[in-house]
Design a protein around this ligand. Sequence first.
Ligand code: NAD
Length: 363
Amino acid sequence: MGGNYKIAVIPGDGIGPEIVGQTLRVLDQIADLYGHRFEYKELLAGGCAIDATGEPLPPATVAECQKSDAVLLGAVGGDRWDHLPGDLRPEMALLGLRGQLGLYANLRPAIMYQQLRDACPLKPAITGESINLLVVRELTGGIYFGPRGRRATADRGEEAFDTEVYSEAEVERIARMAFEIARGRQRRVTNVDKANVLESSRLWRAVVTRVAADYPDVALNHMYVDNAAMQLVRDPKQFDVIVTTNMFGDILSDEASMITGSIGMLPSASLGRGNFGLYEPVHGSAPDLAGQDRANPIATILSAAMMLRYSFGLTREADAIERAVERVLADGYRTGDIMSPGQTLVGTEKMGQLICGYIAQGA
Ligand code: NAD
């Protein structure tokens, strides 16, 4: 017996509608094969919402997202809206969605596929056959949200400050999420902080260590953030799940992405209470490719696989999508961004069609 799932779909701007279109095609294929029903509600956010309603995140979009089981987002933004003041820019829709939907954890896998080895800037001796790690970043606390300000001083001109604040409750919920996720992977968690210097990190580390006692089957180690930044390029294979604060996660997840070498391949999830989550590719709206059938839809398709895994608990179905992506690469099909000599160049639509075909064949 299949399930019934309500998905809020936000195609957004630039290549968003094209890559989301192919992703819905893949989800339809999964629905057909496994007997599920995915009900899509298409919503406005970003530049197209500014054009239609005057604001980047209309309240109706947030309300519909709240009524859904999960949100699938393409990308927002483009030159056309760059002249607008900060709070009216398309990208404000992303911050608004995170805040209003209570998305407190950001999951970014960094996967280097064997078939795309050449795009990885690290030496084969370092990467081995593949890399597969996951950064779990706290998303709604820490220095990006703590007290901030500017003040005049008597003799040193103006000064400015930002404050890192974390409560036990905030650390505990992100730590639990990391340990739960590690149970479905290699059961290893690396906590990254700066406990040798920061008081907030000392609390963070104490809480993570306490939570670890409830997960005796998961191995925990601690690492200072400066060492973690080095270890990611020195020996990325040592990591399974990295759990860290908002700012450290912001920086380390970008570093981890780079070692895969291909931005068009990277999915992400932002999770809130219960099983609710927002799923989107790491890349932006690539206005240079929009409307030309040249964008790589794989990051968005893999984001949908994360949605099946984390919001709907459909592990078999998520595996089927991920296997199909590996097969399409193994058989030499490439969009322009991951093209190399001797491979077959395909467009956005053909890539979606091929992935559906592999899913149907059981990849
Ligand atoms: P970008 O990620 O859109 O593009 C960077 C480069 O990667 C470009 O050369 C682009 O062609 C390429 N690229 C990106 N996605 C691709 C894909 N799926 N297939 C093939 N090539 C791909 O970043 P940018 O150029 O800095 O920003 C463009 C717009 O996107 C801006 O308005 C920016 O604010 C916005 N943006 C949105 C998000 C989001 O919606 N989450 C994230 C980042 C940037």
